[in-house]
Design a protein around this ligand. Sequence first.
Ligand code: ZN
Length: 234
Amino acid sequence: MYWQDLTYPEIEEKIKQDPIVILPIGSTEEHGHHLPLSSDSLQAIYVAEKIAEKSNGLILPPIYYGYTELDDFKGTISIGFNTLYNLVLDILNEITDDGVKKILIISGHASSLHMGAIRYASKKIVEEKDVKIMVLSDYDIAYELRAKLVPENDSHAGIIETSRILHIREDLVKKNWIFGEGSKKKYMITKGYREIYPYGTLSSPNGATKELGEKIDEYVIEKLWEIVKENFSL
Ligand SMILES: [Zn+2]
């Protein structure tokens, strides 16, 4: 159930039931020649919808923007650390003022600075108010399958991500994959990434299937649901 689809009296009633309110955050970011710019958003929204069903929770309007360093690829729209921090802080302030006590933030985009902005904003709220906030990327869980279901180096637009998008929105996946693995020098700050990551993929998507995507999504949702139940004492 989406927050924005309800009326304000309905929200008022719903908040009295102390629901988990879920904020899906993605990005508008290049994902190679084969996946849409919305890939991170689609994955976060999918997981948010499944957890909302299980918990009878509410989903906030998804954020389709994040901070990404891949902004020298056409189509990527990155917002800055401060913009993301302020956006998340304002949303958290508003919903906690309304009485929301349990918040789950799921980000489909997992870069460290992006997650840092979300965690920093969440910490500010937890310091000031009597609320519980949980922040993770679904990739924190999905990457547990590296070296098990997929190669250890699987990464951006690789097998896990391609399989998941095949499962969630097959119609948006191009099947004639063109890819090349990235060669970023360790610890180096670079101006842009187009020369380092040919075709915008960090690892090969070869081996990706819809069935694998379904398996990965099930794993992520089951694992996350266990953690949510524990963290929010459900
Ligand atoms: Zn991604």
